[in-house]
Design a protein around this ligand. Sequence first.
Ligand SMILES: CC(C)(COP(=O)(O)OP(=O)(O)OC[C@H]1O[C@@H](n2cnc3c(N)ncnc32)[C@H](O)[C@@H]1OP(=O)(O)O)[C@@H](O)C(=O)NCCC(=O)NCCS
Length: 94
Amino acid sequence: MLFIWQVAVHADARGQGLGQRMLQHLLARTGLEQLRYIETTVSPDNQASRSMFSNMAQRLNTSLNENVLFETHHFGKHAHEEEPLLRIGPLPHG
Ligand SMILES: CC(C)(COP(=O)(O)OP(=O)(O)OC[C@H]1O[C@@H](n2cnc3c(N)ncnc32)[C@H](O)[C@@H]1OP(=O)(O)O)[C@@H](O)C(=O)NCCC(=O)NCCS
């Protein structure tokens, strides 16, 4: 399982597929040939990130499932949105 934490594209370069291409580049790295699942956390209102990961699941011809992980109360007094867990897989070559 590969956990992807923090993907960022400069605001001027967003919406051109760069995020998707970075993920593809990441998956092509040596050592990930047996990878079966990808996990990440994405807040509910982060539509760009959600689209990027759901596009990734479609491109890999596999599923994207969402489960509760970090809830608002886990962040204590620091106001922060919940961070559900997104799991993509199984990957076809795993
Ligand atoms: C998430 C992020 C990395 C995506 O990068 P990107 O290069 O714009 O990604 P892509 O071009 O591959 O587009 C991803 C999808 O988001 C959509 N999208 C882009 N900007 C959007 C916006 N402001 N609102 C809603 N959707 C948006 C695109 O249309 C695309 O979906 P589609 O193919 O179904 O049309 C970028 O928006 C970013 O850096 N955001 C701030 C940091 C962040 O929140 N990172 C993720 C959490 S760690």
